[in-house]
Design a protein around this ligand. Sequence first.
Ligand SMILES: [Zn+2]
Length: 252
Amino acid sequence: MINGTTKLLDLDGLAVERVERLQDGTRRVHLATADETARACPACGVFANRVKGPATTRPRDLPYGERGLEFVWLKRRWWCSEASCPRKSFTEQTGQVPAGARLTTRLRVTAGRRVRDAGSTVVQAARDLRLSWPTVMDAFRIAAAKVTAEPLPEVEVLGVDETRRGCTRWEQDPDTGKWKLTRDRRHTGFVDALGTGGLLGQVEGRTAADVLTWLSTTELTWRKNIRYAAIDMSATYRAAVRTGLPDPPTGS
Ligand SMILES: [Zn+2]
């Protein structure tokens, strides 16, 4: 029977057995498998019926309340009952807690969306969700890939401008004593300047070649639809736009 705590947690495929409060105030939630398909072999799909032994997993989840929760899912390891299956044994898993996952799926998805859709920095999302920077960055890469894989929206006015990312770094040559730029922190951004497409692309550098490299990744039909380019008075961008677009827009 599904109890209230299980409904409150709303974690598909798992049921709350009990909640324990530790001395430091942390609430430890003991979970049990509540989905028959958790014992379907991930390789062949056949339902297993012979238990190999117990296994424990402690996935992190979304913060709940001010202190967060600690999960302990006591699950089972099964022998696959399909004789021809290459996978001899496996542990139970659910959509929210895949085998070997250290985070629930919803926590990973939320972390990626905070950065992708909510304008949060990776650092801030990591603090809010009590995760490490690399974990949030990985989640963001996955979330972002879904958007960047989409074809570009049709654009009538292409905006091209430079953006500085972080501080410029200089380094002194030990022989000549001259200072030189060690890393160009300038990026070039491409935006839908009239419509609602927002940021279309961003590349490192601000030379004509940098602009052309990005333009060459777009479809010719997409470039042909561009009627105007909105740029500042930079001769570099003007040259790049004239070279890289099929019907060079005029004016600046
Ligand atoms: Zn199997």
